[in-house]
Design a protein around this ligand. Structure first.
Ligand code: NAP
Length: 334
């Protein structure tokens, strides 16, 4: 291993037992050692994502071999290189899609799952990028095959995923619709590039989509809600539409009439990022670097930061996620 001088231990956040935000507690852990093809990053910031909330609740355990410490993304400086780690040098500023372990002063990542921090972005902004950008790219553009000139609906527009999907899809030439809970979230989502923001508390998204598209429906939907949204999504999709699932906040067990799937030749698909191989994530990283990094460098798209909490107050960050008042990303400053 090649490294600068490192401490033996670090502060990290542990989940004391499944429960509310208060179970997130600072602890001392050994500084991790990078293995084959991995880098060690001294983190300056780490993003908070809904999957971390499910992990805290005991509903989403880390896959085998991943750190118990929560945290799927971060940004910082490369301070050690494992054997065979390529593409980065000691001192480089990177953002990383992590297998876990982001709520800590140091984290290990495969070098192939790191990306350079584009000029003009703060480390807090950089830390808020990997999990949602990788997820949106692979689901909306790889699986959903969204193209310029098509129509796109993303539910949960105010989420980290939603704010990313709205910006990326509109910057790449799609006409974007999104749903949010509450009128206060409408104008900020329009400013990010949404053509029409639907407040589901007062409007029926199926009716709005039909009216806005001349009854044609949308080409691609990214859904994290599930439940009764499944049938309603099918109802407002265009012929040859693609419905992509990344979560089921209202439930995965549904009773659906599939007739329209056949008649409209729809595709229903989905994926989860965390369990995919380092090589698959590296391929997504390469696509992002080619297609999205120029948009980040030019400032055309930018991660939306809701609130920044110190690492020691990870519990406060999770309380913010739990109250669902956030718009964009909650980030830990380290
Ligand atoms: N498949 C994958 O690889 C993958 C990767 C990352 C994230 N995800 C999933 O994508 C979703 C968004 O992640 P995120 O980190 O961007 O989340 P987030 O910022 O916490 O946003 C979730 C949003 O969903 C809306 N929502 C609707 N019903 C909800 C419910 N029953 N409980 C909580 N929120 C609800 C809320 O907005 P309103 O109040 O406006 O409705 C909330 O802001 C999560 O479900 C997450 O698990 C999947």
């Amino acid at each position: 291993m090649t490294s600068i001088s490192l401490p033996d231990t670090m502060t990290a956040i542990a989940i004391a037992s499944p429960g509310g935000p208060e179970v997130l507690r600072p602890v001392r852990l050994p500084v991790p050692v990078p293995g084959e093809g991995e880098v060690l990053i001294r983190l300056e910031a780490a993003g908070v994502n809904r999957p971390d909330v499910f992990q805290r609740l005991g509903l989403y355990p880390p896959p085998p071999g991943a750190p118990e410490t929560p945290g799927l993304e971060g940004a910082g400086t490369v301070v050690a290189l494992g054997p065979g780690a390529e593409g980065f040098a000691l001192g480089d500023k990177v953002m990383a899609l992590l297998p876990g372990g982001g709520y800590a002063e140091y984290a290990v990542a495969p070098a192939a799952n790191c990306l350079p921090v584009p000029d003009g972005l703060s480390m807090v902004e950089a830390a808020a990028i990997p999990e949602t950008f990788f997820t949106v790219w692979t689901n909306v553009f790889d699986r959903g095959r969204l193209k310029a000139g098509e129509t796109f609906l993303v539910h949960g527009g105010a989420s980290g995923i939603g704010t990313t999907a709205v910006q990326m899809a509109s910057a790449l030439g799609a006409k974007v619709f999104t749903t949010v809970g509450g009128a206060g979230k409408i104008e900020p989502l329009k400013a990010l590039g949404a053509h029409r923001v639907i407040d589901y508390e007062t409007e029926d998204f199926v009716e709005v989509i039909k009216a806005e598209t001349g009854k044609k429906g949308v080409d691609v939907i990214l859904d994290m809600v599930g439940g009764d949204y499944v049938q309603r999504n099918v109802a407002c999709m265009a012929t040859e539409g693609r419905l992509v699932y990344i979560a089921f906040l209202k439930g995965a067990q549904v009773d659906v009439n599939l007739m329209a799937v056949m008649l409209k030749r729809l595709t229903i698909t989905g994926s989860t990022l965390r369990i995919r191989s380092v090589a698959e994530k590296a391929a997504i990283a390469a696509s992002l670097r080619e297609n999205v990094w120029p948009l980040l460098s030019s400032g055309r798209i930018r991660p939306v930061i809701d609130t920044v909490f110190p690492l020691a107050d990870a519990a406060g960050a999770h309380a913010r996620m739990d109250d669902r008042g956030h718009l964009g990303k909650v980030v830990l400053s380290i």
